[in-house]
Design a protein around this ligand. Sequence first.
Ligand SMILES: *Cc1c(COP(=O)(O)O)cnc(C)c1O
Length: 430
Amino acid sequence: MSDGPTYGFDTLQIHAGARPDPATGSRQTPIYQTTAYVFRDADHAAALFNLQEVGYIYSRLTNPTVAVLQERIATLEGGAGAVCCSSGHAAQIMALFPLMQPGCNVVASTRLYGGSVTQLSQTIKRFGWSATFVDTDDLDAVNAAIDENTRAVFCESIANPGGYVTDIRALADIADAAGLPLIVDNTSATPYLCRPIEHGATLVVHSTTKYLTGNGTVTGGCIVDSGTFDWSASDKFPSLSQPEPAYHGLKFHETFGPLAFTFHGIAIGLRDLGMTMNPQGAHYTLMGIETLSLRMQRHVENAKKLAAWLEADDRVDYVTYAGLPSSPYADRVKAQYPKGAGALFTFAVKGGYDACVKLVNALEIFSHVANLGDARSLIIHSASTTHRQLTPEQQEAAGAGANVVRLSIGIEDADDLIADLDQALAKATA
Ligand SMILES: *Cc1c(COP(=O)(O)O)cnc(C)c1O
């Protein structure tokens, strides 16, 4: 579909990347449940292994079902190409891998998903990489954090745990001026609410586990490349600009142009790191994406209703939702997230820790789980779960104080969700 007229989002979320199966005419994308693919002959095999011809060798690298999902997400994000992998965290490592070397660092927003903070502050040190965390609203601090060993700037569009949206354009301008790629985790916004590449991002990463699949069935990740970054403009990105010994000295950027990052992700990243998405997982995510825009509209509509209801309730201290007119980010939402500020937010319950525990226990529709972006409404009391190991000061700084719960608003009837919160708040604050 990529060569035809320009289609709208609702059309592309169903059709992009897919075509009737050439063998059977199957209208829905088949689950190509195979490990390997038969070569036409020895020359064909050699050309595939030399990257002189694009095709299927082995499903750690490429699989036709996964390929449809890659093209679909790349199209929806407005990117040149995409690589899917086994989880959102895998996508983050896969995005950094071609950019980093021992001694290099990434400048990252302080407002990130908790697991990403751990990955970037602790685990990547084992690779000799490091992260410098900055408040991305303080643009001088972002500039000051960049040094000669910085290889990327990393942020989330709509940031976990909610209530904050990033000024992507401002960060992209800083990254550009420093000759660095901006990587945006677009999990909570999805390309329906925000297309970071249009605001200057180089790479977009996703946990497809969340809204893209939309029903809490599989984990997956994706890296989308805008195709616009000049990897050869400096000597900072030798993996992409310099000869690759594993492919007879092939230079990825020179050879593949705007698809350099994508080809590197498959030919080196998936080949050697092996964080591959399986075809069953890709199938579930393809099914989910077909209804992405419809779900996101309802997620946002419900989140607005619930946030407004909670903000007006006496048993609630405050609500942090960027979609509320009272949010300090209301203008930024209008400019960069015109379709809405997502469906994640936190609120503080009068009565503190004990009231929060009673609240999560009393809810009937909301599930107490460590997940987000499901069709069903979810709640988590971070201080007694995901943020349990942190000091009270660290919990406060992360927006996860003892009196705070995070909601991921689903697509049920808003009135039922409000009634559920109402009865649970009554029990929690009695
Ligand atoms: C869940 C999540 C991740 C990690 O994704 P997994 O699929 O769980 O590995 C990263 N970023 C954000 C914003 C997330 O919500």
